[in-house]
Design a protein around this ligand. Sequence first.
Ligand code: GLP
Length: 255
Amino acid sequence: MPNPALSIVEDAPRAARVVADLLENVIRSRPDAVLALPTGRTPLRLYDELAERNRVGRIDFHRVRTFNLDEWVGANRDSAGSYARFMDEHFFSRVNLQPRNCQIPDGSRSDLGAECARYERLIREAGGIDLAILGIGRNGHIGFNEPGTPFDSRTHVVEVTAETRLANRWSFPDGRVPTRAMTVGIGTILDARQIVLLATGGAKANVLRCLLEDPIDPSFPASALRLHPCVHLVADSLAAARLAQPAADSGRSPR
Ligand code: GLP
C-alpha cells in the first residue's frame, strides 16, 4: 500500500512555501498544467505566496488551467460565501490566470445533475488533473466528500453535515450556510496524477493522525488518499503534533 510522502515544517507560512514549491515545479515542467484548487482558510497563505511568485515572474499562470474542488449549491460569483467569489478575491484577481481557464462548479444551475456531468467532462477534456491541492475537514472530508462517500464517486451534489456547515460559517456574514454543495468526487481526486494535502494548525492534529493511522474506509474520506501512488502531505508542527514522530523541519522527505 503506498505511503504518502510527509513534510512537517515549523509553521504555516513555511508549509505554504513547500506547497508553492511543488506547484512551481509542476508548472515549470508543464506550463499548461491542470490544477485542482481548494478553498477554506488553510490555502490563504498559499494563494498569497503564489500571487507573490507570479508578481516577481517566478511562476507564470498564463497557460495554466484550474478546476476548483467544490461550490455551494445556490451560489454564484456575486453571492457572499461563494467559492467563486473567494477564488476571485484571494487568487484569480491576483495572478495572470486567464479567466476562461478557471473552472468552478456552477452552483446556481437549475439542473445540478447536468452541471456535475458537465464539470466531470471538462476535467476529462482538459486531459485530467496534473496536481490536486487539497485541504481537509475535521471529519476527514476532502472537497465536500463527507463521510460515507464512495471512493469511486465522481462530481456530485452532497448534503453538507452540520459539523462542516459550522466550520464554514466564518465565510457567510449572515451566518446562513447552505445545506448542499457540489464537489468533485473522491474518484475524480484519485485520478489526479499528483495530490498534495495541506494541513496547518492544531485543529487539524487529530484528523491528520486519523488520516495516517486509521483504517482505509469511506467513513473517513481522506483515507482514500493512501490508495494513491503520489500523495504528499504538508503539515506544520501544530497539525503534526499527534503524529508518531512530530519534529519540526525534519519531516520524512518528499519522494
Ligand atoms: C471546506 C472545503 C474543503 C476544505 C475545508 C477545510 O469544507 N469544502 O475543501 O478543505 O473546508 O477548510 P479550512 O481550511 O478552513 O479548515
